[in-house]
Design a protein around this ligand. Structure first.
Ligand SMILES: NC(=O)c1ccc[n+]([C@@H]2O[C@H](COP(=O)([O-])OP(=O)(O)OC[C@H]3O[C@@H](n4cnc5c(N)ncnc54)[C@H](O)[C@@H]3O)[C@@H](O)[C@H]2O)c1
Length: 462
């Protein structure tokens, strides 16, 4: 009898032992999921009443904010009604630009870090556009929605899990849009590659890479109140993950059929930034938290992987990596834009000379250029020329603002929702937890609270 029982159990034991444990989250550090209050529902594909003329108020007019104002001046159906910054000179400078263009002056708000409350409370505003330091993003965003406004917040829109959940819950409660101003998803290569993915050219995207590698030495001393260096000094981890992660998540349909499950993170010691502080400011910092180079790996529910890096101090060329590895092809943006494809995926019309193509190298430049032309994303077709003229990181910033206004004017769902914001920002607190626990895996919550598989892929509304 014992022998029979043993023989029966052996296959069961083998099956259990061989079943991949990858989706079991037993050994990861759990993170809290804020319970969805009764009567509240998700904001997937959220729409609001069309707003033919969008009245915008800007909060935060340092290095980044004024560019957003001038881009908006190039979009029809936009009125700039209020300008706000702690510093009076920043507000006056931007307002004088409006005057120079013969536009009515915007209402001015300045003086302290709480004056923005008067702006979110204004009755004649539809959209609050936030480009302050990181610490004020989420609090302004939450209050703006409570005051009945849609809100667009610069990256990263939230810096910890409490802020992320507050934005998610407030958007769900108020049914107001809360979009993170992640411009890199609108860069031309990324949009074209996304379109290729959506047409199946790369097969199934199983691995993606992204990064923010940008030596900030020329900027450190220009940030208001030294907010950016202070945050890096006090926090370990990938504190600026959204430029790298956003475009990869879009190509992988995150919360539109797949979800981020867990991450692990490693970092180097901190050398570059403390050295900068010592050299430029004569101050010895012993406890600088953030390492020079942080690398994070993520696994998704559908068995895909993502690698994200952060480095704002090493002497390297600017790099966001942007790599998509698919089962049938590969796209790479930095340092050179290239495509590699299975030979059979290349259209006869595009490349008749198959013998010269080799899946182990990039397709020749002329083939790449033809493919880039053929798969240009539909949302860029009409506005590419104007975007390049208006500018903002080569035009992607303009496309972002244009799409935001276009969708608000037409009452369409925005390209990025509050769950994108949550997923892309959560690396900030979660990489810190992983690093402080010897690179332990940390669970990434499902910010949709059960809705990640409701939508079938990412679609930009037209
Ligand atoms: N998407 C991008 O490519 C990109 C590029 C640069 C900066 N950014 C983001 O833009 C934001 C601003 O960066 P920056 O380089 O302009 O920094 P900055 O320090 O030059 O400007 C921040 C401005 O916000 C103002 N401010 C701070 N707290 C405020 C408050 N409570 N109320 C009103 N105004 C307040 C400051 O006076 C300052 O003028 C940051 O979130 C940054 O990450 C994004």
């Amino acid at each position: 009898m014992k022998r029979l029982l043993f023989l029966l159990l052996v296959p069961v034991i083998i099956v259990v032992a061989c079943t991949p444990s990858t989706q079991s989250l037993d050994r990861v550090i759990k993170t809290n999921v804020s319970q969805r209050p009764e009567g509240q529902r998700d904001v997937l594909q959220l729409t609001a009443d069309p707003i033919p003329v969008v009245r915008v108020a800007f909060i935060g007019l340092g290095m980044r904010g004024p560019g957003a104002v001038s881009r908006m001046l190039n979009i029809e159906g936009v009125e700039i009604v209020a300008l706000c910054d702690v510093l009076e000179k920043n507000v006056k400078k931007v307002n004088s630009q409006l005057e120079k263009r013969g536009l009515p002056k915007a209402q001015e708000f300045f003086g302290d870090t709480a004056v923005w409350r008067k702006v979110t409370a204004l009755p004649n505003v539809d959209l609050i556009y936030v480009a302050t330091d990181w610490i004020h993003h989420a609090m302004i965003g939450v209050q703006a929605m409570k005051d009945g406004k849609h809100v667009a917040i610069e990256v990263p829109a939230a810096m910890n899990m409490d802020e992320i959940w507050a934005l998610v819950n407030t958007s769900e409660q108020t049914r107001k849009h809360c979009m993170q101003l992640e411009n890199c998803v609108y860069d031309f290569f990324e949009l074209t590659a996304l379109n290729m993915v959506q047409h199946g050219l790369l097969g199934e995207v199983i691995h993606g890479e992204g990064a923010y590698i940008h030596g900030l030495q020329p900027f450190w001393d220009s940030y208001w109140n030294d907010w950016r260096m202070k945050f890096n000094q006090e926090h370990r981890g990938d504190v600026y993950p959204t430029h790298g992660l956003g475009p990869v998540c879009q190509a992988m349909n995150i919360h539109r059929g797949d979800r981020l499950n867990y991450l692990v993170s490693v970092d180097t010691k901190a050398v570059g930034n403390p050295a900068f502080i010592k050299e430029k400011r004569g101050v010895e910092v012993k406890d600088f938290r953030n390492g020079d180079h942080t690398t994070t790996l993520i696994r998704t529910e559908n068995g895909k992987t993502i690698m994200i890096q952060h480095d704002v101090t090493s002497p390297r060329p600017y790099n966001r990596l942007y790599q998509l590895t698919g089962t049938k092809g590969f796209a790479n943006k930095y340092p050179i834009e290239g495509l590699a494809l299975n030979v059979k995926e290349i259209d006869e019309e595009i490349a008749k000379d198959h013998e010269n193509l080799n899946a182990h190298s990039f397709v020749p430049e002329n083939v790449r250029d033809t493919l880039m032309q053929k798969y240009k994303h539909p949302i860029t077709r009409d506005i590419e020329e104007k975007a390049k003229k208006v500018g903002g990181h080569g035009g992607m910033d303009f496309i972002m603002d244009y799409r935001l206004i276009y969708c608000l004017q037409k009452g369409l769902p925005l390209d990025m929702d509050v769950y994108d914001l949550a997923e892309w920002c959560c690396l900030i607190p979660l990489t810190e937890i992983s690093l402080d626990n010897n690179s332990a895996p940390v669970e990434i919550p499902d910010f949709t609270r059960g809705g990640w598989n409701k939508l079938n892929g990412l679609k930009f509304a037209q």
